[in-house]
Design a protein around this ligand. Structure first.
Ligand code: GCU
Length: 336
């Protein structure tokens, strides 16, 4: 190693040690074309690498590498390697993880307004969902975590959530009676299952396969790509498309890490995230159609129950929010 490389190595190592504490590191011994050490941002999430959201993050990493001339790298840890969604959000707040991608459901404990996505049948359709996301409210919700140390960069499509069960299909709300249904770490998700007649059991996504297999729960609910890539369909052979909620995924960056980034890096990251969101939206459509066909080939029966029966069942839940902030948000979304 010549003197110049050695000094880069030492600087890289020292800054790496210091910056690990704030979720960023520099790759020692590796320089960009203009002799700058490569900056590494760690991104953790809980989905499988086959999932379209992970594919979108790989796309974002490529875009960021290109825009930064190889100066900024995303290091992606999938499959819950660094913890559950709630744990990743906490790491982000502490600044010891730069980025994460979570569902807005567990984010609700940090940003209460995000509960709006968990209230069943408020978002009426795919088209309505995108109207909400593009609205001022969609943008406000993305920015709402900044005072809590969590900056939203973009939404990813997570389709509609529907019930899947081990031993009998859910064709009407009455079929949920007596069933233990796994829900995300979210009060609204608990209330939703209760309103529909089931018994909610919060379990992390990473622990769900075993919980289904060991009959700790009788079923769960999710979109088709997550049902498929988690292999929950190996245990649950009934998938009922009641489409009760459209809970998006959100890409987040630690506010303290964000503030330590150069304005040019912030700009590249913003652009790369937006580009990955557009890419993911297209990929989502293709993947959802593809995995529904694959699920059927794997022996899963897909049902299309009358959604109005489920919808009617949650009226009382909607009414219970009258006069609250969530009630105000329900009205705002319903009027879009
Ligand atoms: C969706 C979402 C994940 C989340 C999962 C869950 O798949 O994309 O981020 O972990 O739901 O039900 O926990």
């Amino acid at each position: 190693m010549d003197t110049k490389s050695l000094s880069f190595f030492v600087v890289g190592l020292l800054t790496g040690i210091l910056a690990t504490a704030v979720g960023i590191s520099w790759m020692a011994g590796r320089q960009t074309t203009n002799d700058q050490p490569v900056q590494i941002l760690k991104l953790a999430h809980t989905l499988d690498p086959k999932h379209p959201v992970h594919q979108a993050m790989l796309y974002m990493a490529d875009r960021l590498r290109e825009k930064s001339g190889g100066g900024v790298e995303l290091q992606i840890f999938p499959s819950g390697q660094l913890g559950s969604e709630t744990e990743c959000i906490e790491l982000l707040q502490q600044g010891s993880l730069a980025m994460t991608k979570t569902s807005t459901a567990p984010l609700e404990s940090f940003i209460p307004d995000l509960a709006i996505f968990g209230v069943p049948y408020v978002v009426r359709s795919e088209e309505h969902f995108w109207t909400v996301i593009a609205s001022d409210l969609g943008q406000e919700l993305l920015a709402a975590g900044e005072p809590k140390g969590i900056r939203g960069l973009c939404y990813y499509d997570a389709g509609a959530r529907s019930f899947y069960t081990v031993s009998k299909p859910v064709l009407a709300p009455t079929d949920l009676q007596g069933l233990k249904i796994r829900v995300q770490q979210s009060k609204t998700a608990m209330d939703m299952v209760e309103a529909l007649g089931g018994s909610p059991t919060p379990i992390t996504f990473g622990e769900l396969y075993t919980a289904l297999q060991s009959s700790m729960v009788d079923g769960a609910e999710n979109n088709a790509p997550s049902f498929h890539s988690s292999r929950h369909y190996e245990v649950c052979k009934h998938y009922s498309l009641d489409e009760h909620t459209r809970v998006p995924d959100m890409l987040l960056v630690s506010e303290s890490v964000w503030r330590s980034l150069a304005p040019s890096v912030q700009q590249w990251l913003r652009e790369s995230a937006d580009e990955s969101a557009a890419y993911q939206r297209q990929l989502w459509k293709e993947e959802t159609a593809r995995v529904l066909a694959e699920l059927e080939q794997a022996g899963v029966t897909i049902y299309r129950p009358d959604q109005s029966a489920f919808n009617a069942q949650v009226n009382a839940m909607h009414e219970s929010f009258a006069g609250t902030r969530l009630g105000e948000l329900i009205t705002r979304v319903s009027e879009m």
